[in-house]
Write a new protein. Structure first.
Length: 249
């Protein structure tokens, strides 16, 4: 698990430029379920990667500290967000004082943690009433071409993304008895075919498979997608899964 989690380091720049961001309605849902605005709140963005979610949290007025263990990802984050405090750490051992954060966010990263330890750390660091927000972008498999692509990914030895369902396949999302609010936000983006394929090249399964196997898959995938999008412009459809748990007040 640790090997796959750190495999992104070698493609930090590509990750930053090709991965999708998150829709504004996701952060509306975080504020509603968390019962407080992000503006002015102290937020720890754990597993921040290159800062994709960090940037959006900052745009909402949050006071964000990024937490990222990977040197390559952290280096990219610091280069694009030089004024954001950055701590090299993991969620299983947060180097922050008790009751010091209003929100702790995990964007595409909760499934890399030791969940019982990370949850305990989050509840320790959150202020009473504070919220732990876990979210993932997942391709919308109700769209026919995405369902067909997912079948090819799985045949190749990959996966169709995590999300709440995928994370639960690896074990309980949160400890038994913890109340968790779940939301789903559907959205789309339009990108050039090359950008769509670049996104795949950043996924951990391809980083572990190696360059030649990845290149072969992407070449075959390009040919398949040109049948659906002959103009070379891909409309990607996503569902962003959100799970939010609050520290009891």
């Amino acid at each position: 698990m640790a090997t796959r989690a750190l495999s992104f380091d070698s493609v930090a720049e590509l990750y930053d430029t090709s991965r999708p961001d998150y829709p504004p309605s996701l952060f509306d849902a975080v504020e509603e379920a968390g019962d407080r605005p992000l503006a002015g709140s102290r937020v720890l963005d754990v597993g921040a990667g290159t800062g994709i979610a960090t940037r959006l949290l900052l745009a909402r007025g949050a006071r964000v500290t990024a937490v990222e263990p990977g040197p390559g990802m952290a280096g990219r984050l610091h280069s694009v967000l030089p004024d954001v405090p950055l701590v090299r750490a993991i969620g299983d051992a947060l180097p922050f004082a008790d009751a010091s954060a209003d929100f702790i966010t995990y964007a595409q990263s909760w499934h890399w943690t030791d969940r019982p330890r990370a949850f305990g750390e989050a509840m320790r660091v959150l202020r009473p009433g504070g919220a732990l927000a876990l979210f993932w972008n997942v391709s919308d498999h109700s769209v026919p071409w995405i369902a067909a692509q997912d079948a090819r990914l799985r045949a190749h030895g990959g996966d169709g993304g995590h999300g709440i369902h995928g994370a639960r396949e690896q074990g309980p999302l949160l400890p038994d008895g913890v109340h968790c609010e779940e939301r789903r936000v559907a959205w789309t983006r339009t990108v050039p075919l090359d950008a769509h394929l670049d996104n795949f090249a950043t996924h951990s399964v391809f980083r572990v498979l190696g360059e030649s196997a990845t290149a072969a898959f992407l070449a075959a995938e390009r040919a398949e997608l040109l049948k659906v999008f002959p103009d070379g412009v891909v409309e990607e459809s996503y569902v962003t899964d959100l799970a939010l748990a609050r520290r009891p007040a």
